[in-house]
Design a protein around this ligand. Sequence first.
Ligand code: PRP
Ligand code: URA
Length: 209
Amino acid sequence: MANTVIMEHPLIKHKIGVARRLETGSKDFRNLISEVAMLMCYEATRGLELQDVEIETPICKTTVQELKGKKLAVVPILRAGLGMVDGMLNMIPAAKVGHIGLFRDEETHEPVEYYCKMPSDISEREVFVVDPMLATGGSASAAITMLKKRGAQKIKFMCIIAAPEGLERLRQDHPDVDIYIGSLDEKLNENKYIIPGLGDAGDRIFGTK
Ligand code: PRP
Ligand code: URA
């Protein structure tokens, strides 16, 4: 079974708390989601391998440690996942970006696929799937299945808020995927929204409601 990591950093907790507030508008909400993604990226990349490299400073020759040149990809689940991409790329600018389009049917709450475009060498990349919300887990699970069908082998999933139901589902469907969670909330309501959650992440990022 892969790891599940729940963030403990005070900056992450504070920023998620402000994002949850009803009165936080789209501009601030978008910035907060991006900042939390950046901080979570720092935690989720702890395991990246380093290599020794000989360099010359203005003073003398020395050996420094640099990333081993591992290929990375960030894959947002549209739409709301787009809000996490800039924060991730601030930390790992060389990563390629793939996109998966899924929306949750309002009646059945099942994910409906509408788009998928991946870097051609996705099977060689370590992939970070990002979506602010893990509710029933249907969207994240379907996105990871789509990625695996296209050859991705090393996948991590990052979300800002998770419900226990979604976490359970994702761990069952994809036990090989490390999961990084900003906050593990209480439960889902009868409309499959996360309690206390932060509402509809896509609508709040893009100001569509
Ligand atoms: C939201 C969210 C996730 C999904 C989570 O997207 O961004 O993708 O719901 O719910 P689940 O775990 O029950 O599948 P939504 O379908 O609202 O689409 P949007 O991002 O385009 O607004
Ligand atoms: N999608 C959201 O954006 N919010 C929820 O609480 C659940 C699904």
